[in-house]
Design a protein around this ligand. Structure first.
Ligand code: KG4
Ligand code: ZN
Length: 356
């Protein structure tokens, strides 16, 4: 069957067409076409995502992107599409609604079922996706622990099976990606700040190899008994540090970026390691925009030292940030698991704070 999937939860408009085969034990996908229309340049001026602008841009981009994706997939029309999938949360509600309204119209026009998808489940399953060609969902060792780190979320999720999730820890304030973006802004770096901080920190790691850190930043909640996180205090500590230093030159910026990245990664690793041990997870999935971070990936891989059988999965770089391929994957899994039942489209609405 052919699935058309739509993602508009934040500042990326994504549409994909996937061809699917196989039953629950042998789910196979082929990307027929996909496209992303990024609003980064528009939001960069504000140093973050501006919901009303995101909504306007999604409305403008959705029909244009749909035509582009159909052309890429050499499809003349929506004929042959058997299922439409759309993100219904979590995310910015005005942005989510644009995708939902568009998807409802298409589903009605094509007379096909509409499957609502949780964006975070999309990030989890994104590790199996490919940007091009064919891929499968292989047999996976449960329980799976997922560390989801994005601009809006930081959570540890335990899955006993697909679609059976339990959030065992989450951020009490800012998300990891949000902290990267805010600290980048304090350092005068462009939005989104994650890749910029990462670039500076990597440079610092190479140049300052043997030196002890110029200053230390806190690792909030690192030793708390639960699996929750907090990044707001770390962000404030950077602010006070910058005020104390006064003028920032390139070297100081590099040192701050390095110590900040170390603090975030150390905290994430510490809690993930603890959760892996307690829940005897067979697989670790690390996904969401921040999972593109080079240092985080390197440190996560070190967890294999204590646990050589642990399977560690990251998404392809292109699928670590928001995309519609991951939404298509989840929709088919849900469709099969729910015996091809979908909810009444009239009942599908945007849920900004949807949890897993
Ligand atoms: O998953 P995503 O595309 O959107 C949300 O669902 O939020 O994540 C975007 C976030 C941004 O905060 C961005 O700064 C961060 O991911 N990010 C990174 C890196 N690449 C993107 N953070 C740290 N290091 C990176 N290399
Ligand atoms: Zn996301």
């Amino acid at each position: 069957m052919k699935i058309l999937s739509i993602e508009t939860s934040c500042d990326d408009t994504g549409i994909a067409i996937l061809e699917t085969k196989g039953g629950e034990k042998n789910l196979t996908f082929k990307v027929l076409a996909e496209g992303i229309s990024s609003q980064i340049k528009i939001h960069a001026e504000y140093g973050g995502v501006f919901p009303a602008l995101a909504k306007r841009e999604h409305i403008k981009n959705l029909p244009i992107l749909l035509n582009k994706v159909l052309k890429k997939g050499k499809l003349k029309s929506l004929e042959g599409i058997n299922l439409i999938a759309v993100t219904y949360g979590p995310g910015l509600e005005p942005a989510l609604w644009t995708g939902i309204v568009f998807a409802k119209e298409l589903a009605k026009k094509c007379n096909v079922p509409l499957m609502p998808v949780n964006h975070m489940e999309g990030h989890i399953l994104s590790v199996f996706g490919k940007n091009k060609g064919e891929f499968k969902i292989p047999k996976t060792n449960f329980p799976i622990l997922s560390l989801l780190v994005s601009g809006g979320h930081t959570e540890l999720v335990l899955a006993k099976d697909w679609m059976k999730y339990k959030v065992i820890g989450e951020t009490l304030d800012d998300a990891a990606g949000e902290a990267f973006d805010k600290v980048a802004r304090m350092l005068g770096l462009p939005y989104p700040g994650g890749p910029e901080i990462s670039r500076l920190a990597e440079l610092g790691r190479t140049l300052l190899l043997q030196q002890s850190p110029a200053f230390t930043l806190p690792r909030p909640m690192m030793y708390s008994k639960n699996f929750d996180f907090s990044f707001s205090g770390l962000k404030t500590a950077v602010l006070y540090l910058i005020r104390k230093i006064g003028t920032l030159d390139e070297e100081i910026k590099m040192k701050i970026a390095l110590e900040f990245e170390n603090a975030v990664v150390e905290t994430l690793i510490h809690k993930t390691k603890k959760a892996l041990t307690l829940h005897k997870a067979g697989t670790l999935i690390v996904a969401g925009g921040v999972s593109a971070n080079k240092y985080l990936r390197k440190e996560i891989m070190k967890l294999k030292k204590d646990n050589p059988k642990l399977e560690i999965l990251f998404p392809e770089k292109k699928l670590s940030t928001d995309n519609a391929i991951m939404i298509g994957i989840v929709s088919y899994l849900k469709y099969i698991k729910n015996n091809k039942k979908v909810p009444n489209p009239a009942k599908i609405k945007a849920v900004g704070n949807l949890s897993l």
